[in-house]
Design a binder for this molecule. Sequence first.
Ligand code: PLP
Length: 284
Amino acid sequence: DIVFLNGDYLPMNEAKISPMDRGFLFGDGIYEMVPSYGGQLVGLGLHIKRMQNGLKAIGIQLDMGLSEWRDIALNLTKKNGSGNLGVYLHVSRGADVKRFHAFPENIQPTVFAFAFEIPAAPVADKTLTKQFKVNSALDKRWKHCDIKSTSLLGNVMHFQHSQDSGVNETILFNAQNELTEASACNVFVVKGTHIVTPPLDKQLLPGITRFMVLDILRQEPSLSIEERVVTMAEVQNADEIWLTSSSKEIVPVIELDGESVGDGKVGDIWQLAQTLYSKNKFSY
Ligand code: PLP
């Protein structure tokens, strides 16, 4: 496993960072996960733009542009076999000499990246695709879920709740019983040929897969698409529920809190959406 750390490529077990790194002490950093299939990255420019927005939002100055990130991502995929890989990119505020909450001056950000194996890209086949069962919970995370922060304790606790309950994911609702997202995915709801997903605000991550799915499906005349508030009742009465993320693409949900979603089978609109996504994803 060859990783990238602060300008060098080296084996994972030789990569060392300071225990005073603020990523370690405070979760003070930003990350991305970019999928790559056979050496081809999906949505790299969109991921890097989101990372740069996140770095700006938390006041980390890093002089690295898209082409440098692309070199790192492509080098890592080559050095790690060019199969089905997730390329993880991570920037923390860096290592300080003392533990003090305020941003240190003259600190060098820590830049770390590695590639890890992910499952083959899903195929748009109702019988072969992964089908998820999910439960639901009150979203207990902080009020800036639009930032892809390495501080993931809230997400970790929510995801563990799904595992402890024997399901695959937990979808989250705010105190007004409105859908936000899942612990590591965005959520879409389908009724007939109508597809809705919550609008972008501080309650959810602006998912790259979410963006691509919306963009691709808006070109499909047989469907209507809306970004708007989605109520718990709408989720419970949906014909189909989908989860989206970079490594999973579009996953159909067949059970919510022990109840069947729609007829309890993978839906036709999912099949269409995943077909179009598979066809178009490399053009982003
Ligand atoms: N929401 C959360 C909380 C996530 O952690 C992720 C990805 O890991 C997503 C949504 C999906 O985002 P993307 O499609 O950019 O992978």
